[in-house]
Design a protein around this ligand. Structure first.
Ligand code: TMP
Ligand code: MG
Length: 218
């Protein structure tokens, strides 16, 4: 019998600041898995296609203003409305690759000054990623790359504050869920070099995972 048939798909999350190369790497990874004949799905957060996602999109494009707490809860609600589909796909053996997740939710809102504990609560019990890869780029290199867009949060001050908060998020993930669940990836270098690093870090996770998916912050 095929031992992999009893395994669920792995839930792999990519995190990082704006312009760190995350979306490029996420789509390359999903393409590679599909080329290799594996089932994989990309899940972008925020998912701007849903009703809640459209409100988030308007906020990010500064077409709408919103209280900091309210938009924080909408980002979380946007993950909750996708949670059942993520769990269903994982159970069917599909590898789910997320471009951002709850960790962006905490880091960006805490960077605006909301209490860390408040930021963490609404995502409690969401599916826990098997691995989060945090793509890190030194400030100097990020600013060279930057070409910041028009969207809210794409300012140096905000990015710097968010970088610090991501450090605290990493500590919390490691403390509660174990060191192995959060790994920093050096995002410097060419697309191919970074891709190779990521490939090494993911290793045999793409072969599937034994056991049920756990709950975030539980
Ligand atoms: P994107 O550029 O990856 O589409 O993300 C849009 C912005 O939203 C980005 O600056 C990060 C921010 N963000 C939050 O503030 N909270 C969240 O929960 C998520 C997923 C993203
Ligand atoms: Mg962006």
């Amino acid at each position: 019998s095929d031992p992999s048939s009893s395994r669920r798909g792995a839930f792999i999350v990519f995190e990082g600041l704006d312009r760190c190369g995350k979306s490029t790497q996420v789509s390359r990874l999903v393409e590679r898995l599909e080329r290799e004949g594996r089932q994989a799905r990309l899940q972008k957060f925020p998912d701007r296609t849903t009703a809640i996602g459209k409100m988030i999109d308007a906020y990010l494009q500064s077409k709408a203003d919103m209280d900091d707490h309210a938009i924080h809860l909408l980002f979380s609600a946007n993950r909750w409305e996708c949670a059942a589909a993520i769990k269903r796909d994982l159970a069917q053996g599909i590898t789910v690759i997320a471009d951002r997740y709850a960790f962006s939710g905490i880091a960006f809102s805490a960077a605006k000054g909301l209490p860390f504990d408040f930021c963490l609560q609404p995502d409690k019990a969401l599916p826990l990623p098997d691995l989060t890869l945090y793509m890190s780029l030194p400030q100097e290199e990020a600013s060279q790359r930057s070409q910041f867009g028009e969207e809210r949060y794409e300012t140096m001050t905000m990015q710097q504050a968010t970088r610090e908060q991501f450090g605290l998020v990493a500590q919390e993930v490691k403390r509660i869920h174990g060191e192995y669940r959060w790994t920093e990836v050096d995002a410097r270098g060419t697309i191919e070099e970074v891709e190779e690093r990521i490939r090494g870090l993911i290793g045999d996770l793409i072969e599937g995972v034994d056991g049920e998916i756990s709950q975030l912050w539980v």
